[in-house]
Design a protein around this ligand. Structure first.
Ligand code: GLY
Length: 356
């Protein structure tokens, strides 16, 4: 079992291991929870029952709350249903919510916990690679509305996070591939060792019996370091947005059918081309982006002919300031900067480089 501490206003720990149900329940009991609500997606019903059984054995009353798969979970009516569940089960400030699932569930469970009685503890138990290395750590919670994704939410740090590596074995290959984009991102912004692993042995980097557990740990350590210093995204946390400005525009254009990680991969290629054109990084580092992403099966090109649409998408990015599209960029591996004054010609040139 490995523990990664996350500092910040309310310090907590990320526990990485296997067979963590009892540890989760032990944690809930130790913070005084008499009740837990286990929020889970339909395919995780058996895991939710196992967690509930462990809770009951420890004398903690468990309520199961099933929510729809993926983004369909992050809706106001689903949240309202969870508030009803918590109300009917008589949840008090000391009781806890457990988010068991992918990033949509950890976002939703976190927001339900943030809003119930102005904030009760949430224990996050991510089950997808993306949720393990990104969504479950850092306290960003929220739902989607007709105005856009994640525009309604709260910073609500988890009480604790439990990453069960056994879950990796149940994930389809393309989910491991997509989640790897966020690991590669943390390598580019902060941890050259991650990048070296992908260069040397991409197959092992996707393998739960290979280097993947180490990469998960390293990636969570980067996220913990960043959010521990800047929970509310006033500076350093923005670096986690590497590849996301163009990536979000791709997701929007693809009507959110693309997996997030695939869009982020294309976004990292876009910013690499833009950064190279501005003299920030070498052609070799652009090539390193391409080789690593392709070696794990992530896309590095994007259909041409949609420039205006994609620029419009980038203009919607929450991180923009003063009307300028703002990009996190690299000056080297582990060294970040910002680009805020890219012209339309710069953007068009970087987009053209994405042609297959
Ligand atoms: N997913 C980026 C962040 O947590 O800030």
């Amino acid at each position: 079992m490995h523990i990664i501490p996350v500092n910040g206003p309310s310090p907590y720990e990320v526990t990485i291991g296997t067979d963590l149900s009892e540890s989760i329940v032990e944690r809930a009991a130790s913070i005084g929870a008499a009740k837990v609500a286990i929020i889970h997606q339909p395919p995780l019903l058996a895991a939710a029952h196992a967690l509930a059984a462990a809770a009951e054995k420890r004398g903690v009353e468990a309520t199961l709350a099933e929510v729809p798969d993926a983004e369909a979970a992050k809706q106001l009516d689903v949240l309202a249903h969870l508030w009803d569940v918590l109300g009917q089960a008589g949840f008090s400030r000391r009781d806890a919510v457990i988010g068991l699932g992918g990033g949509a569930v950890t976002d939703l469970a976190g927001f339900a916990a943030a809003t119930w009685m102005r904030g009760i503890p949430v224990i996050q138990a991510p089950t997808t690679l993306l949720a393990m290395v990104d969504a479950a750590v850092g306290g960003k919670t929220g739902i989607n509305t007709s105005a856009g994704k994640n525009l309604v939410g709260a910073f609500h740090e988890p009480d604790s996070v439990f990453v069960d590596l056994e879950r990796l074995r149940t994930l389809p290959d393309d989910e491991i591939v997509a989640g790897s984009a966020e690991i590669i991102k943390t390598g580019f912004i902060h941890d050259p060792v991650i990048i070296e692993h992908y260069i040397k042995n991409p197959a092992l980097c996707l393998d739960p019996d290979g280097i993947l557990p180490e990469l998960i740990e390293r990636s969570i350590a980067v996220k913990a370091h960043v959010v521990g210093q800047d929970l509310k995204e006033s500076g350093l946390r923005e670096t986690l947005n590497y590849g996301h400005t163009f990536g979000h525009a791709v997701e929007r254009r693809e009507r959110y059918i693309w997996r997030h990680g695939r869009a982020v991969a294309v976004g990292m290629m876009f910013i690499a081309h833009l950064s190279h054109a501005r003299g920030l990084i070498s052609a070799d580092l652009v090539q390193t982006h391409r080789e690593i992403l392709e070696s794990v099966g992530l896309p590095t090109t994007y259909e041409q002919g949609h420039f205006e649409d994609l620029v419009e998408g980038m203009r919607h990015d929450k991180k923009n300031r003063g009307g300028h599209i703002r990009f996190v960029a690299l000056t080297g591996i582990g060294e970040t900067t910002r680009i805020e004054d890219a012209t339309d010609d710069d953007l068009r040139a970087a987009y053209t480089k994405l042609s297959a």
